[in-house]
Design a binder for this molecule. Structure first.
Ligand SMILES: Nc1nc2c(ncn2[C@@H]2O[C@H](COP(=O)(O)OP(=O)(O)OP(=O)(O)O)[C@@H](O)[C@H]2O)c(=O)[nH]1
Ligand SMILES: [Mg+2]
Length: 371
């Protein structure tokens, strides 16, 4: 006997609504689930036996399809894909706790679907005949549809979050990271292009870089992730998403920070302001190794600058690379001891609060992102 059409089993309310221009996530998902279920074509010696088996298969397939899709929708929103950096970035972009709440609601929906399917299977096993089987399957489909509709906003949020993360390179968990940071327009991306395989956009205006980008360099014993960041201004409570992303890359993702200073004035930001921000980072993250470098040495060079480079001419880059390399040690090797220095009181902070876990880490050992 030919399988019943999915239209016959689909919840009745659905067909009465005017179809939207684009199918919603719920619609898409339910269509797929009901379609898969409608393909059930069981063997059996008698028609009643086949009808019962078909009803069982419909329940099992529809619920399994929905369950699998719900899991797929959240697969990249959990560790290891989401580390400390990504988690805080999502909090900032979508609201604190949004990811966790949506994941919890989707997990609950999946559990309810599983329980309801088990109940429906039991009822199908006890059903008296074809008519009752039809009623049971339709009722189960109706419940399934309402569970999925309830979490439609969470599904939409999960997709938006996945898209947001997809637009950014994935930071390799556990591998060393050099985060290149500083004020806007100071030459960060130009240096990243010189130091790594990345070829970020370079332009003579601030906020050319609006999200992190990653290139790679060879440390000899490990592959170094070189992270380009948007410019940051250290603005208390007024930072835009790009600035916040840069601050989080420094505070949550960096093994070592390369803080780029532009003394030439061509960036539009006074060197004193840049130095103040550097001093605050050092004060608030005393265990985070920060290498300060002055760039655009072909335009201006301050007397006494210890590390001065030019991304344009290549001057000083070898020395800089040597300075960077010695901050990294092979994984598992103990870092050399450092003597602590006392610094003056910083102004009230606008930087992300340091994490206890990052303070506890060795200053030179590659830092692992939180699972
Ligand atoms: N003369 C000279 N110009 C440089 C040097 N490094 C960068 N520039 C110029 O400075 C401008 C800004 O360079 P970027 O590398 O885009 O600076 P950025 O810090 O990444 O800028 P944002 O992404 O906007 O924060 C560009 O016009 C570069 O060509 C340098 O060493 N010498
Ligand atoms: Mg840039």
């Amino acid at each position: 006997m030919a399988p019943r059409s999915r239209a016959a089993d689909a919840p009745r309310g659905r067909r009465a609504r005017a179809p939207p221009a684009e199918p919603s996530i719920t619609q898409e998902l339910l269509e797929t689930a009901f379609h898969r279920a409608s393909l059930a074509n069981p063997h059996g010696s008698s028609k009643p036996e086949r009808d019962r088996r078909r009803a069982q298969l419909k329940v099992v397939r529809a619920s399994a399809t929905v369950g699998r899709h719900l899991r797929l929708e959240v697969r990249d929103l959990r560790p290891p894909a989401v580390g400390e950096f990504e988690q805080e970035l999502l909090d900032r972009a979508f609201g604190p706790g949004t990811r966790e709440r949506s994941l919890a609601r989707l997990r609950r929906a999946e559990e309810r679907i599983r329980r309801t399917a088990t109940e429906a299977e039991r009822e199908v096993a006890r059903a008296a005949g074809s008519e009752e089987l039809g009623v049971l399957v339709r009722r189960f489909y109706g419940r399934l549809a309402s569970f999925v509709r309830e979490v439609e906003p969470d599904l939409a949020r999960a997709r938006a979050m996945r898209r947001f993360l997809k637009e950014r390179p994935r930071l390799e968990a556990g591998a060393p990271r050099l985060v290149v940071a500083g004020f806007p327009n100071v030459g960060k991306s130009s240096l990243v292009a010189r130091l790594s395989s990345a070829r970020p956009k370079v332009a003579p205006y601030p906020f050319t870089t609006v999200a992190i980008a990653v290139g790679h360099a060879d440390l000899g014993f490990d592959r170094l992730q070189v992270v380009d960041t948007p410019g940051m201004l250290g603005r208390s409570g007024r930072a835009n998403l790009a600035e916040t992303e840069a601050e989080l890359a420094v505070s949550r993702a960096a093994t070592v920070v390369l803080f780029v200073l532009d003394p030439s004035g061509s960036s539009g930001y006074p060197i004193e302001e840049q130095e103040r921000l550097l001093a605050r980072w050092r004060e608030e993250f005393p265990e985070l190794p920060i290498v300060a470098v002055e760039t655009k040495a072909d335009l201006a060079r301050r007397p006494g600058a210890t590390l001065a480079v030019s991304a344009k001419t290549g001057e000083g880059l070898e020395e800089l690379w040597g300075e960077i390399r010695q901050r990294f040690v092979p994984r598992g090797e103990l870092p050399p001891m450092e003597i602590a220095t006392v610094e003056e009181e910083p102004p009230a902070s606008s930087l992300p609060a340091p994490r206890r876990s990052s303070r506890a880490r060795s200053p030179r050992a590659p830092r692992e992102p939180a699972a």
